[in-house]
Write a protein that binds this ligand. Sequence first.
Ligand code: FAD
Length: 471
Amino acid sequence: MEPGSEAQASPSIALPGLLAAGSKHAATIHTVADQETLSGWGLIERPGREVRSEDLAAITVGAGLTRGLGRSYGDSSLPAAGTWVAASPLADRLLAFDQQSGILHAEAGLSLREINRLFWPRLWTSPVLPGTQDITLGGMVAADVHGKNHHVDGTFGRHLEWLLIRLADGEIVTTSRERDPDLFRATVGGMGLTGHILEVAVRLQPIPSPWIRAESERIAGVDEFVSALREAATDWPFTVGWFDALATGTKLGRGILMKGRWAQPAEAPVEPPSPKMRLAVPFTLPNWTLNRLSMWAFNKLYFHLHPRGVKTGIVHPESFFHPLDVIRHWNRIYGRRGFTQHQCVLPEGERPGAARRLLEELTARGGLSCLCVIKDCGEQGEGLLSFPRPGITIAIDLPAGPGIQELIDGLNRRVLAEGGRIYLAKDTFARAEDFQAMEPRLAEFEQLRRRWDPAGRLSSAQAVRLFGDGA
Ligand SMILES: Cc1cc2nc3c(=O)[nH]c(=O)nc-3n(C[C@H](O)[C@H](O)[C@H](O)COP(=O)(O)OP(=O)(O)OC[C@H]3O[C@@H](n4cnc5c(N)ncnc54)[C@H](O)[C@@H]3O)c2cc1C
């Protein structure tokens, strides 16, 4: 039930043993991280201080930003100079679940991993499952995340009921499509810049079983990938491709297309899937571990390990949705230099061949990557800065270090020329002028942001870099 509303549409049913999942110790824990630098998933450090507590409402008073599990790659979850960031992961209580409507009400620090663990065996799922489950509800809202079903179900924002937010002036308000709809639109995908998200109400989806019926096949090149994704979209709710960015000529962008749907009970094992065992990269590897030869060998092997025909099977949902999570700290393989991801969406329908031209740009500039993902996107969401729009999205992991700025500049100029845009949650190196040229919606976002935060109290290192905060 939305806070402050008079009537309750359907009764909230506490599932035994479930709502206790995030229960707390008697005393509220506050910790101030003692390190003076922070980083996103790309491990590029910036000065910054983080305060953690089970009481998110308390630590957001006066904070310049809130962050979740820091799985955004660059500086979007890092505070602007002179402020600190409140961290939500200890505020992870499940507050209510309504079995009739599927509406889950929880604190913003609840992780998708917990939601999966608790709800898959009960035949419910988050409507959007990004490539990692080590993210929080707050981070899912603020980045308006998308998954392999974007062509069917859109972004996370589409499934939200309401949000409880602390505004920059300290007031706590509820926002939804009905209450302060502009605040709602600006907060979904607004990268934490409109307020601190304290609680989230989202509608989960029922599933026939917690297992996935999957199919995969080899794809010969990038143009074929674009067509194959479009074709698969008509029959499959989940589609995604891995491609080899180091193959050249007619093999440019060859890879593996993966398709899936929730398995019917008759196809699936009787037992629900157990959480996967996880290995870990124990320390940061030397920079040279990932070089042109090792990446080329990995890509070739990965492609050729897949049989020539169609591979089918019932697979664990974690393996299907979050394959990289099986190795904790995999970001350490990039070494101390860290890494970034360039993710863009290109309006391939209006500009056929845009995906191929982006890969040609990458290859011509000598870009090295072994983790490249391609996916088609459906309709644009209601979030004012929400990333996906109809077209093809391409995500390319790239080691940082010498030459990275020029490479990102080159890719961004290509994205601009094609009429596309980049994903803030992945960005570390874009220049303000490029981002602003890609994002005609920014002016309206900034106008709304200033309405709720006229003094400019909320900011991030990324907003300083890209939006001109503090200039
Ligand atoms: C391996 C991997 C795969 C990924 N795959 C996908 C994918 O398939 N699709 C996709 O869309 N994204 C994907 N991502 C990106 C990730 O989903 C987003 O960056 C997400 O926002 C991370 O959530 P978080 O809790 O770690 O947030 P953080 O990284 O900590 O923060 C991200 C942004 O959200 C804001 N924020 C977080 N919590 C709050 C809050 N409570 N109140 C206000 N603002 C808040 C922060 O200020 C920041 O701007 C992937 C990331 C990784 C590492």
